[in-house]
Write a protein that binds this ligand. Structure first.
Ligand code: FAD
Length: 159
């Protein structure tokens, strides 16, 4: 919200809360009805566009993080990247940094069937593990309750 995401509000201007699968009380904020993710993505992309001309910030799009780089003391100091297309400078490279924040999402795709999107590959967690990071709460894997089970032969993403 601080970056400009607009959530649905009631007549009094308060954020309107609703329910989703399994909820016993209203606790879910929606945006544009059931288009919450689209609104959050819109606000994040707009925030990115506001800083894209900042000389202190380099935005590298279409870049797949391959591995983390580590300094002599073992701390993370960057990542290797594979930049893959759409008018970008193609190739493999590295981004060096004083600190690394991984925001690569979940790991639903390690399962045969999942409600998660194709990008939920667990890449970031795997890269972190490869350089010796301690990870916690890996037993908590997100599923979305609005799934239709289409049988054991079903493969890939289901939602
Ligand atoms: C079907 C479904 C419906 C949902 N509905 C709601 C809802 O209504 N409300 C709600 O609050 N939440 C909802 N969620 C949950 C919500 O979408 C997630 O909790 C949220 O998107 C997680 O955000 P994230 O930034 O951690 O990861 P993500 O949104 O998954 O973002 C991770 C990003 O990292 C990128 N990435 C991954 N690996 C690499 C790599 N190696 N190199 C470079 N980039 C990489 C991916 O491409 C992706 O863009 C839903 C989830 C699902 C599956």
């Amino acid at each position: 919200m601080a970056l400009g995401a607009e959530f649905d509000r009631d007549a009094g201007g308060e954020i309107k809360l609703t329910r989703e699968g399994g909820h016993h009380r209203d606790r879910i904020a929606h945006a544009g009805g059931d288009a919450t993710g689209a609104e959050i993505s819109r606000a994040l992309i707009a925030a990115l566009q506001r800083v894209v001309d900042d000389p202190g910030i380099e935005v590298v799009e279409h870049a797949l993080v391959v591995d983390l780089l580590t300094a002599a003391d073992g701390s993370a100091c960057g990542a290797t990247l594979h930049v893959i297309g759409e008018g970008q400078v193609d190739g493999v490279g590295a981004a060096h940094a004083r600190a690394v924040v991984l925001a690569t999402g979940g790991l639903g795709q390690i399962y045969t069937s999942t409600t998660n999107p194709p990008v939920a590959t667990g890449d970031g967690m795997a890269a972190a593990l490869r350089v010796g990071a301690r990870v916690t709460d890996l037993e908590f894997v997100q599923f979305h309750p609005t799934v239709l089970f289409l049988g054991r032969a079903r493969r890939g993403s289901s939602r």
